[in-house]
Design a protein around this ligand. Structure first.
Ligand SMILES: Nc1ncnc2c1ncn2[C@@H]1O[C@H](COP(=O)(O)OP(=O)(O)O)[C@@H](O)[C@H]1O
Ligand SMILES: N[C@@H](CC(=O)OP(=O)(O)O)C(=O)O
Length: 782
């Protein structure tokens, strides 16, 4: 036995009713029994209420509305049925409408309508529509029968006796039973309704009492959407959600489901499927117990037509919370109670019913609305609320009340911002038109600053041409760190960094992990050993790493391999192009050669831009070194360049990229400096020690000049024969002509055997190093 509900949006037009038949024909083959719950034609219940309000005021408009209601239904009947069927049906509908008219006339006479007469009036919508559908099914050959829900659903307070419902299915085995939703009986004489939108509740009562396999709810949307499609046309259906999330969604404004429906189905563990009458083959949304989801949030929702009541304390009166009893006695669901300031949000539709029963003074604000975000996992609450409130802040929207439960985060804001804030939040969380890449950057020295400058300059191009939106979420240097979950303003990041908190790398990474933003990349612009040791942890969390820091790739082969494996295993990009040749495509070229099946025999290179700069200058050695550092061409610690270790690391990395499990010790080195200068404790000491190297350089420069050669610091990789060191280069060699801070790399391979493949260009400097990182960021983002 299955329960299917068709909402008001599915019964409003001839085409929609034909669509219902089409959906049910498809189920005919399944030889099952169906309870089909039908709502009133969309908008009719509202019309019936408005009509009563006019009648109460003796406004004859009620006649006009009644006329409209009548002609709307009759028109549908005329179009749907043959003459034979029409007669019987029209006389039944006219009978209903005559009774309805009588009630309105008496309201008009006594200028008052009670809740009891309102319930009576509202009953007509579902009575008429369900009867029309039932007759249409019969006429289309379905073995169907109309039954009156009021005989089965006894509404004593809000509780419903499920045994009454069971009796229907025990005593009748017609395959298709059509029932009006929303309506019920209080007792043998009095009728009732189940609350606005209550047809869903009818369906869940039926499915719970017979423990149906599942319940299908048909509406005019293809499931529960990420946001109301009336507000954001780009909304899309959520595949599955838990009952708990659906409860929050329905309480907080998405009219797609009536809240008590979900509680009833949840208690009996009955799956609910939300489907589209007009596109029934779409998957829709499955609501069930729990689902594992990766997304941070499920749905964004909001309520515009709410009233914000502030209850004032009255001395000598018991607490104001007992006033809320007036809510339950009126079947009213409050949306939000803010305990500290005794504020309460309820829907406008039900305001008068509630306030009539209040004996506490209160003030009313109708210029507010609620927006909320439904969160799939309680762990995401703090992250998402930070996100949401800074998003509102960015649009200068100040919430009056903010809060969260274990499943949602809400804000009460000025009504005029309703659509804007919902659209804005949806854009942030769900708009995947372009890929959002989230950057967490360590190191804001010369390279870091240049990188930010480049990212800022290129951001529009990236969005327009590559559909990538890069947001820098976190930045840090050795002293401070700063985060902006919506993206740091790259025009004044320095100011923001000053306002940041003291840098603690664990906290920096903690934020990176907890924010759990899709496509996060950690950028290391430092030369820090400590930070390079964190890559395995970061990659192990599936987060990409882009780095110009050579330490990780140049430490033990085991560490290098481990990082590479983690990157592959967790599908987290790990790129380090600037490790060799700054912005030059050195590693990229090498990788492309290998990937395309070429075999590398020899790499000859000049890999130190700083060294090359030093060797191409004239004058005092120390002065040249100082100038080179000032120009930003050396590592922050000059010893690393001049000891040769920087070049050794680079050629080591190239060797490893060739697939060789090479270690630092395997590379022969011809040391340049005296041991004491290499061992100098501080950079200042190092400069003092350099005085003893002055002679070493002058001598070699003179020899080179005499022999018409040039001094170059060479790095060579050949399996088993790798070295770095100073060499005298002849005029014929390409290295001879290398100027200033340029690098040159020659690849001799199977394919490039006579003439090596050459990569040449500026291999040092903040600008080009930053551009190398930039290229890697793009590579990691695509
Ligand atoms: N998050 C949401 N997902 C789906 N529909 C939503 C959402 N928020 C609002 N809606 C609106 O709910 C409407 C369906 O609810 P309702 O009008 O009560 O349907 P029915 O009359 O079929 O019961 C849809 O037309 C849609 O515009
Ligand atoms: N017709 C009722 C009950 C209902 O559930 O309607 P719908 O299924 O169209 O939300 C109402 O408008 O409140």
């Amino acid at each position: 036995m299955k329960v299917i509900k068709f909402g008001g949006t599915s019964v409003g037009e001839v085409h929609a009713i034909e669509q219902i038949c089409y959906i049910l024909i498809d189920k005919k083959e399944q030889e099952d029994r169906y309870a089909i719950i039908v709502s009133a034609i969309g908008g009719i219940t509202d019309q019936l209420v408005i009509c009563a309000q006019y009648a109460e005021k003796k406004n004859i408009k009620y006649y006009l509305i009644l006329d409209e209601i009548e002609s709307y239904h009759l028109e549908i009947i005329r179009e749907l049925f043959t003459i034979l069927h029409k007669k019987k049906l029209i006389s039944r509908i006219i009978k209903y409408l005559k009774n309805l008219e009588k009630i309105y006339n008496s309201i008009c006479k006594i200028t008052y309508f009670s809740k009891v007469s309102l319930d009576k009036i509202m009953n007509f919508g579902e009575l008429i529509s369900s009867f029309i559908i039932s007759e249409k099914l019969k006429a289309s050959g379905f073995p169907s029968k109309w039954k009156d829900s009021r005989n089965f659903i006894m509404k004593k307070s809000i509780q419903v006796n499920l045994d009454d419902v069971k009796s229907l299915f025990i005593n009748d085995n017609t395959p298709y039973i059509i029932l009006p939703g929303f309506i019920a009986a209080k007792n043998e004489k009095e009728i009732a309704t189940l609350g606005r939108g209550g047809s869903d509740f009818t369906a869940s009562i039926f499915s719970a009492s017979i423990q149906s396999e599942y319940m299908e709810i048909y509406s005019d949307v293809s499931g529960i959407m990420t946001v109301s499609p009336k507000i954001v046309s780009k909304a899309f259906p959520v595949k599955n959600i838990s009952y708990r999330e659906a409860i929050e969604i329905s309480y907080l404004g998405a009219e797609i489901l009536y809240p008590p429906t979900l509680l009833t189905s949840m208690k009996k563990n009955i799956p609910i499927i939300i489907l589209n009458t007009f596109s029934p083959l779409e998957m829709g949304t499955l609501i069930f117990s729990t689902f594992k989801t990766k997304s941070l949030i499920t749905v964004i929702t909001g309520m515009k037509n709410i009233t914000f009541l502030s209850l004032k304390r009255k001395l000598g009166m018991p607490g104001y919370f007992n006033q809320f009893a007036a809510l339950s006695s009126n079947d009213i669901f409050h949306v939000l109670i803010n305990q500290s300031s005794s504020e309460l949000c309820i829907e406008n539709k039900i305001l008068s019913e509630f306030t009539n029963d209040m004996n506490h003074p209160f003030s009313v604000d109708k210029e507010l609305c609620i927006i909320s975000i439904i969160v799939s996992n309680i762990k995401n609450i703090s992250v998402t609320s930070g996100y949401m409130f800074s998003a509102l802040g960015k649009e200068s929207i100040k919430p009056n009340v903010i809060g969260s439960t274990e499943k949602n985060i809400y804000a009460v804001i000025a009504k005029k911002y309703f659509k804007l804030s919902i659209k804005f939040l949806h854009d942030i969380y769900f708009d995947n038109h372009y890929k959002k890449v989230h950057i967490f950057m360590a190191g804001l020295g010369q390279v870091g600053s240049k990188l930010i400058e480049q990212l800022n300059k290129q951001k529009e191009y990236l969005v327009e041409e590559l559909h990538i939106q890069i947001r820098v979420i976190g930045i840090c240097n050795s002293k401070k760190m700063f985060f902006d979950i919506l993206g740091i303003n790259l025009n004044n990041w320095q100011k923001n960094l000053k306002l940041g908190t003291p840098m603690i790398i664990e906290e920096f990474l903690g934020n990176l992990y907890n924010l759990n933003l899709r496509n996060s990349i950690f950028i290391d612009n430092t030369a820090s050993k400590e930070i390079s040791h964190l890559y395995d942890d970061i990659l192990g969390k599936g987060i990409g790493v882009v780095t110009c820091n050579k330490i990780a790739c140049a430490s033990s082969y085991h560490e290098y391999k481990n990082i590479k494996n983690l990157s592959r295993y967790f599908k987290a990009p790990f790129f380090f192009e600037p490790n060799v040749g700054a912005g030059l495509p050195v590693i990229n070229t090498l990788n492309s050669l290998i990937e395309s099946g070429d075999k590398i025999h020899l790499i000859e290179s000049v890999l130190s831009g700083s060294f090359n700069f030093i060797l191409t200058q004239f004058g005092s050695f120390i002065d040249i070194v100082r100038e080179t550092q000032k120009k930003g061409l050396t590592e922050p610690d000059t010893r690393i360049d001049l000891s040769g270790i920087d070049v050794i690391r680079k050629i080591l990395i190239l060797g490893r990229e060739c697939g060789d499990s090479i270690e630092l010790e395997d590379i022969k080195q011809i040391s340049l400096l005296t041991k004491s200068s290499i061992k100098a404790f501080t950079v200042d000491n190092f400069y003092q020690e350099l005085i003893y190297n002055e002679e070493f350089f002058t001598k070699r420069s003179l020899v080179a000049k005499e022999q018409r050669k040039r001094l170059r610091f060479i790095a060579k990789y050949k399996y088993g024969e790798s070295y770095v060191g100073l060499k005298y280069i002849e005029f014929q060699h390409q290295f001879y002509h290398l100027e200033s801070k340029d690098n040159m790399i020659l690849y001799t391979t199977d394919r490039y055997s006579d003439l090596p493949l050459l990569v040449k260009g500026a291999g040092a400097g903040a600008e080009v190093t930053a551009s190398g990182i930039f290229t890697d960021i793009i590579k990691a983002s695509i």
